[in-house]
Design a protein around this ligand. Structure first.
Ligand code: CMC
Length: 431
């Protein structure tokens, strides 16, 4: 097997090294391409570009495989906890019981947020989207918790601080948006229990923690915890490559996740399903609209840049919808609509030809609705889940010997050099 690729340009042959990953993925190393040939590679959307070597998450989009640090996602969803998965992603190995206990103590110690941060929340306009608030508040953490002396301590503390506080901030923003009293974290509760309690406990109606709800939330977060070089993770790596602080890099990830083609799709799916039910729209009509190239509408929760088969996370999420709805005795008409819509789309020639299958967002909103999360908080839930992945990827990029400032090039297609025209001559001379 050859370990170089040959590129012939203007009669000269260049040998480019071939890099092979542990799962047999192959890439052509073009890091010296411009230096050697004067050419750059052009790949809008980066569909063919590997931006790094990474040992965190493996995906096989053709086979529908997803593994964190080598462990299949279905095993983690079934047997692990979000806390443990966060540790695994960030540290590379599953924790021992002692390490897990220590991590839990750190998370507990860091769970309060500075009281003054509440003033920030109070002053966001009521209609603000929680993702905008979250992104701002994550950046603001830097001002409340400035640098520590030692970089290693700084990194360790910042990491646990972020994982712990993001859930407090999310719950606080929900309470304040409703004009309700903020509920503080409790040391006797686990990560997911604490989040649910901070969201839903009230002085007039104590929240009863339900094991099934906690389990559903934990699985939801595990399924979102990392997904290799997706849009928001790429944003975290790019922003982090300028050596900004971790809070700023994560805030960029939150902002990138907000978009409806990425994490914002979970909110968009529920809005689409609600619209179908409320306005009694025919499902065939929805599928026809999604196929119509003159219509910007897309079937939300369908399609993926990497998966060309059923997203393994969507498979688990769909199963979880049935389980949690049954356990909580909820009859959600949106689940029936979603299943019927999936059936129609999967039999449609366009969807078959384009390899379009449900992705993680297609069923996740139904789970979130069942456990009481309001629709405009759905993408915040995705962000809480994705945080350990962003941190692990940031850490890997900072520690990597390849870790350079991320700065792509371009092929310039604007005007060639032309003179400046004074304002009084612009009417008469071509601009
Ligand atoms: N509905 C209808 N057509 C679609 C859809 C869809 N959901 N997704 C892709 N296509 C078509 C697209 O029109 C194009 O057709 P053609 O080649 O005939 O012009 C073809 O499939 C390829 O689309 P693309 O946009 O070039 O492919 P991509 O890899 O850039 O798209 C995607 C990935 C997720 C942006 C896209 O599938 C999409 O917009 N899906 C809906 C939004 C969504 O559910 N996003 C969540 C993604 S999973 C969670 C996450 O990781 O963020």
């Amino acid at each position: 097997m050859t370990d170089t690729a040959k590129l012939i340009l203007d009669g000269t042959t260049y040998e480019l090294p071939i890099i092979v990953g542990t799962e047999g993925e192959k890439g052509i190393d073009i890091s010296k391409l411009r230096q050697q040939t004067g050419h750059i590679a052009l790949d809008p959307g980066f569909a063919n570009t590997g931006s790094c070597r990474s040992a965190i998450t493996f995906m096989d989009g053709e086979k529908g495989i997803l593994r964190y640090r080598g462990i299949p996602i279905d095993q983690l969803a079934e047997r692990s906890s979000f806390r443990e998965v966060a540790y695994l992603l960030i540290n590379g190995v599953l924790p021992t019981q002692k390490e897990l206990n220590r991590f839990s103590v750190f998370l507990n110690d860091q769970s309060l947020v500075h009281e003054d941060m509440q003033f920030f929340f109070q002053n966001f306009p009521r209609a603000s989207h929680p993702m905008g608030i979250l992104s701002s508040m994550v950046t603001a953490l830097k001002s409340f918790y400035p640098y520590l002396e030692d970089l290693e301590e700084e990194t360790n503390i910042t990491v646990t601080r972020l994982i712990s506080k993001i859930r407090t901030l999310a719950a606080m923003s929900y309470k304040i948006s409703r004009g309700h009293k903020v509920i503080y974290p409790r040391p006797d509760l686990t990560y997911c229990e604490n989040f649910l309690n901070m969201m839903f406990d009230s002085p007039v109606k104590p929240y009863e923690i339900d094991r099934d709800v906690v389990q559903a939330l934990s699985i939801f977060l595990i399924l979102h915890a990392d997904h290799e070089q997706n849009c928001s993770t790429a944003a975290v790596r790019v922003v982090g490559s300028g050596r900004v602080n971790l809070y700023a890099a994560i805030s960029a990830g939150v902002a990138a996740l907000w978009g409806p083609l990425h994490g914002g799709a979970n909110q968009a799916v529920i809005e689409m399903l609600n619209d179908i039910v409320k306005n009694n729209i025919s499902l065939k009509r929805i599928v026809e609209r999604a196929k119509d190239k003159t219509d910007p509408f897309r079937l939300m929760g369908f399609g993926h840049r990497v998966y060309k088969t059923y997203d393994p996370r969507a498979r688990i999420m769909k199963k979880m919808c049935d389980i949690i709805l049954e356990k909580l005795n909820i009859d959600d008409p949106l689940l029936d609509v979603a299943k019927e819509l999936e059936g129609i789309a999967l039999e449609d020639e366009y969807f078959i030809d384009h390899n379009l299958y449900p992705n993680v967002d297609f069923y996740s909103g139904i789970v979130l609705r069942a456990i009481g999360i309001p629709t405009n908080m759905f993408t915040v839930m995705f962000a809480i889940g994705r945080l350990p992945g962003w941190i692990a990827q940031w850490k890997e990029s900072i520690d990597s010997p390849d870790g350079k400032l991320n700065r792509p090039r371009q092929i310039y297609i604007g005007p060639t050099e032309k003179p400046y025209i004074p304002v009084d001559q612009r009417e008469t001379v071509s601009r």
